[in-house]
Design a protein around this ligand. Structure first.
Ligand SMILES: [Zn+2]
Ligand SMILES: [Zn+2]
Length: 270
């Protein structure tokens, strides 16, 4: 009986989990990185030579030559490439060697990744409905395009989706992810790799206009009233969601479903 209850619990937690693997900080091609705790608890770093426990401000220098190493799921940690960048993460870490460089792959919950993308990519001052639309778009991209890289599903640059620190609980980006949890844009029963760009210039583009032949969803050229009024030049590829147009729709009282229906005609939010 006890064993059965335990199995049930395991099944329930597995059903809720939807990890995505993201290779981070790969642009730097760095042979080393410093690893530190970024949460209350210690970090337990698994290495072939045994576990290393990091507490407080303790730092472990990771080197390509000393890979592999790993952190278990649920770890809160900071990675620093000295003199270049430091970022916090929440998830599991796998450290491998890639030639002379480190390959750092973070496996995180899809909702953590979605909130991180919303925080990194949204237009400053965008209202909640625009952030919610961005969250559904980011989640759809992750669900539709798994396995884009050899070591991970995605990278952390604009090649896939840009992401920085996971936002704090109660922040607008985290709330946008939470309030749309699990929702995806679908077309004919499959998640769309929903594209977005900053400013469409008054009209978005269909896939054929962009010269892309990469999606089952054709995308459509739709009018974007606020960009038309703005008369500012387009920024980005103009396919899919227009971020400035979405922010204007949200300021005008539109909900995220209305925004998505406008920029993705024929698609459904599920
Ligand atoms: Zn990528
Ligand atoms: Zn626009």
């Amino acid at each position: 009986m006890k064993a059965a209850a335990h199995l049930l619990l395991l099944a329930a937690s597995a059903a809720g989990a939807e990890p995505v693997r993201i290779q981070v900080l790969g642009l730097f091609r760095s042979p080393l990185a410093d690893l530190q705790p970024a949460g209350a608890g210690p970090l337990i770093v698994e290495t072939p030579r045994g576990n290393v426990v990091l507490e407080g401000r303790a730092t472990l220098r990771l080197r390509a030559a000393n890979a592999p190493a790993a952190l278990p799921p649920g770890s809160r940690f900071r990675l620093r490439i000295p003199g270049k960048i430091d970022r916090d993460y929440h998830g599991a870490l796998r450290v491998q060697e890639d030639g002379a460089a480190l390959a750092l792959v973070v496996e995180m919950e899809i909702e953590t990744a979605v909130a991180s993308v919303v925080a990194a990519e949204s237009v400053p001052g965008a209202p909640p409905a625009a952030l919610q639309a961005q969250a559904v778009v980011a989640r759809s991209f992750y669900r539709a395009l798994r396995g884009r890289h050899s070591r991970a599903d995605f990278c952390d640059t604009t090649h896939c989706q840009f992401l920085r620190h996971p936002p704090r609980a109660g922040s607008p980006a985290r709330d946008a992810a939470l309030s749309t949890r699990g929702l995806t844009l679908e077309y004919r029963g499959r998640a769309i790799e929903a594209f977005f760009s900053s400013r469409c210039g008054g009209r978005t583009r269909a896939l054929a206009e962009a010269g892309w032949a990469i999606s089952a969803y054709p995308y459509f050229a739709v009018e974007c009233a606020s960009c038309r009024r703005d008369r500012r030049p387009a920024q980005g590829h103009r396919v899919g969601l227009c971020q400035h147009g979405a922010a204007a729709m949200a300021r005008g009282g539109a909900g995220f479903r209305q925004i998505l229906a406008h920029y993705f005609p024929g698609a459904e939010v599920r």
